[in-house]
Design a protein around this ligand. Structure first.
Ligand SMILES: Cc1ncc(COP(=O)(O)O)c(C=O)c1O
Length: 341
């Protein structure tokens, strides 16, 4: 079930609370360049300009950037390029990194964070022999934002530390991001432009890290995998205007998330950890029955049991506008009929 994702929960006619992609249409300064790029589809894509733009945005040289067809493609490069002998994935988290490592023939050791610790890093032990560790920040599905220092402590010579920052831009000012950190040995940061900018269908993301590690990943990347429209999006999303708008979107999101959390807690629903991203994780008794009943009442939510460390009583809910959240919590309260845990 590692290859199950939120999009499989969605169906026509359902309110989508299962996929964490922002639903508002992308702004015209973004769709304009994407549309204009269609005039150049006869040429093979050249990533140089977009690579330089992303590098500038994170204060790094272009040699430290690899553009990918979404963050998801970056995970498929880790095994073939790095050939880890002992890979560790910190769960619960997005399952594609582990799935990709298994597909590439690597064994994966799981380090599972506990609910009793609020899914925080407290006490997480990474075996010393680990040469590849993967962690998400903020983490899908727990929405927990780990301190950058806690993740930085994983990094050492002889190990590649991969931080999946696909949702980093959902946190105002990105205080715990390591994207600009060039000092830590073997640090790779994977970013996505598909979430905040509503570009899941376009496929654009990137990896930041030491030039020699980026070179190894590049050798395994499929030729021309990032299309010309995706490159146009990367350039637009790297602009100062985009970074300002990201922050405004994240600030608004925090208000909407606080509203959702208050409504859930007001209905007696337990919310996991301290949510910091565009989704929250809840625990309800009879989770499978609740999820199916929610579907019957028009709401698709993301099941929890496909995430290592969680089970069917966990459900992940996307943060939407307050009216949608209120409608959802009203339905959830009815479905639960007092049976929260
Ligand atoms: C934590 C996390 N990382 C990466 C991805 C993949 O993102 P992209 O659309 O850029 O491939 C997802 C998609 O759901 C995700 O949840």
């Amino acid at each position: 079930m590692l290859r199950f994702h939120g999009d499989a929960e969605v169906a026509p006619g359902l309110v989508d609370l299962a996929v964490n992609v922002r639903q508002e249409a992308p702004p015209s300064w973004l769709t304009g360049p994407i549309a204009a790029s269609l005039a150049h589809l006869g040429r093979y894509p050249d990533p140089a300009e977009a690579t330089a733009a992303i590098a500038r945005r994170h204060g790094r040289p272009p040699q430290e950037v690899l553009l990918t067809a979404g963050a998801a493609q970056a995970f498929t490069l880790l095994g073939p390029a790095l050939r880890p002998r002992r890979a560790v994935v910190v769960h619960p988290q997005f399952t594609e990194p582990e799935a990709a490592l298994l597909t590439a023939g690597h064994e994966v050791t799981r380090v599972v964070l506990r609910e009793s610790d609020g899914f925080e890093l407290a006490g997480a032990e990474i075996p010393e022999t680990t040469d590849l560790v993967v962690i998400g920040n903020p983490t899908n599905p727990t929405s927990v934002l780990h301190p950058a220092a806690g993740i930085a402590a994983f990094a050492r010579e002889g190990r590649v530390t991969v931080v999946d920052e696909a949702f980093a831009d959902t946190v105002p000012g990105e205080p715990e991001s390591l994207a600009g950190n060039r000092a830590l040995p073997g640090l790779l940061v994977i970013r996505s432009l598909t979430k905040t900018w509503g570009l899941a269908g376009l496929r654009i993301g990137y990896v930041l890290g030491p030039a020699e590690v980026i070179d190894r990943l590049r050798e395994h990347a499929p030729l021309w995998s990032v299309s010309t429209p995706a490159l146009a999006a990367a350039i637009a999303c790297a602009s100062a205007r985009a970074v300002d708008m990201e922050r405004a979107i994240a600030t608004r999101l925090a208000v909407d998330r606080a509203h959702l959390v208050a409504a859930l807690e007001g209905a007696g629903v337990r919310v996991a950890g301290r949510p910091a991203s565009s989704f929250v994780l809840i625990r309800v008794a009879g989770g499978e029955r609740v999820r199916i009943a929610l579907r019957e009442h028009g709401f698709a939510v993301r099941r929890g049991e496909t995430f290592p460390g969680l089970g069917p009583d966990w459900l992940r809910i996307a943060v939407r506008d307050t009216a949608t959240s209120d409608a959802f919590v009203a339905v959830l309260s009815n479905v639960l009929g007092g049976s929260t845990c």
